[in-house]
Design a protein around this ligand. Sequence first.
Ligand SMILES: [Zn+2]
Length: 529
Amino acid sequence: MSQALYRKWRPARFGDVIGQEHITRTLQNSVAADRVGHAYLFCGPRGTGKTTTARLLAKAVNCLDEDLAERPCNHCVNCLAINEGRFLDLIEIDAASNTGVDDIRDLRDKINFAPNNGRFKVYIIDEVHMLSTAAFNALLKTLEEPPPHAKFVLATTEEHKVPITIKSRCQQFNFRLLTTAEISERLGWLAEKEGFTIEPEAQAMIARQGAGSVRDAESLLDQLVLAPGDEITLERAQMVLGTASDTAVAELVDRWLDKDGAGGLALIHQALASGADARQFCRQMVVYLRELLLLQAGGAELPLDGTPEQKEMMLIQARRAPREGLIEAIKRFSEAALTPAISWQPQLPLELAFVELLPAEPLPMPPAAAVATAAAPEPAAKPAKTKAGTKKDKSPAPEKETAAAVAAPAPDPQTAVPQRLTLGAVTPHWREMLSRVEQVNRNLPALLTMGKPLATEGSTIVLGFDYPIFKDKFDQLPDGVQVVGDIFSQLLGTKCSVRAVVTSEYTIPIQKDEFDALAEELGGVVREE
Ligand SMILES: [Zn+2]
C-alpha cells in the first residue's frame, strides 16, 4: 500500500467523520447558514478526528459551490487543492515542533495580507497547548483583533494547558473517544474499500487495540495488509501486532486471583515466546482489567465481541476480584506499559507488575517441598512447620526433609491414617485439583473458582465461598464433595475430606489446640525452640 490508509480514506465530508456527529452537524449548520466563527478550539484525545474536522472546515469555508449546504463539495478548485494538500491559504502549524514565539510572530506579520486564492486564510494550530507563554500572548493579540479574512482552529489533546484567555476567544468543541464498535465498523468499511477480507475476531481485536482512536486502529490495520485480496486472520494480527491472545490475558487475571505466581509467570513467558510484545501485553491487561472494574461497578455491559465463554469468565472474575486489588492492578500494568523497555530484559516490567500484585509471602513452592516445609496461615503457629515433616526432630536441614518427602513413596490414601492438614500444604495443590476435577466434571472447576481453601480442620479441608449461592450450588452437586475430597486425597497422599462454608460466616479455628496436641505428640520438641 503506497499511502497510509488513514490518509487515503480521510473523510472528505462532515458526514464521513465517525463518532463526532455532535460537532460535525453543528459545523455543517454554521457553514450552511454562513455563520462560521473566527476561532475554534478542538479538544480531545489523539486520533479522534480533530485535524480532519479542522481541514473539512477549512475546505467548507473556501468551497465555491453555490449551495452552502453542499460545502465542501470536493469538486471545485479550492476543494481539490485542499484535498491534494496544495492550498496556500490553509496554514497548518504543529506547535509540538514549533514552540517558539517566532512562528506566531510570523503568523501575525502575514495574517493581514489577503488570501491568495481562497476567501479565508485558515490557520490550524495543532497541539496548541505546547506553545510557550510568549507565543500564547502573541496569539492572543491576533485572536483579539483578527482580520475578517482569517479563521483559526486550535487543536489540543490537553485542554487544561490552554490558557483561559485563549479559550474565552474560541468556540470550544470536545471530541470523544470512539467506541470499539464504531472503530470496528470503520475497519470493516475500509477492508471492503481496499478489497481485502478480515476475520471478525481480528477486526474486533484491532478495534480494541485502537483504544478509542480511529487513527491508531487504521495504522494497525495498515501494518497487516500486505496485498490486495489478502485475508487478515486473527493469528496473523496477533503475530504482527505482538498481541497476546485474549485467552492469555484472561488467564493471567485468573493466575493473579489464584495468587499463583509460578503459573502466572509461566503464562507470561509462554505468551512472549509465541510472539506477544511485553508492553502490548501490559496494555491489554489494562484494557481487560478496566472492563472487569466497570462490570463490577455495574457501569458497563459485557463487551459485545466476546464469545459466550469469555463473557462468562469475565463475570466470574469481576465477582471474584477485590475492588482495591483491581484498581491496584490497573495502576501497576499501566505503569509497566509506560516503562521504557530494557533492551536485554524487555519482559521485566510486565513480570514485576504481575509479581508485585501477589501477596508479599514467598510464592508457593513445588508441591513436594511445600508439603515438607509448609507453614500454617498464622505466623504465630510456629509448630505447624514441623507437622508435615514427620515425627523427626526439627534440627535436620530442611533440604534433607524435602529430599525424604520426595523419595518416600506416596502412601495409599485409602489405607493411610488420616493426618492433620495445614492450609499451607493444601493451597499449592489447588490448581492441580481444579484441572483434575475438570476431567471428572466439566462444570465443577468454574464453580470451584468462586471459592478457595480457607482453613483445615484436622483432615478436613474447608472451602470458603464468598457468596452463599455458590456454596449451596456446590453442596447440592450429587458428587461434588466426594470428587474434590478424593482428588485432594490423591494429591496430598492422605485421606481427607472437604466441606464448604460461606467465607464471611466462618471463623478460622484457633491454632492453639492444634499446637498443644502437636507439642504433646512431639514430646516437647517444639517447646525447646
Ligand atoms: Zn468545493
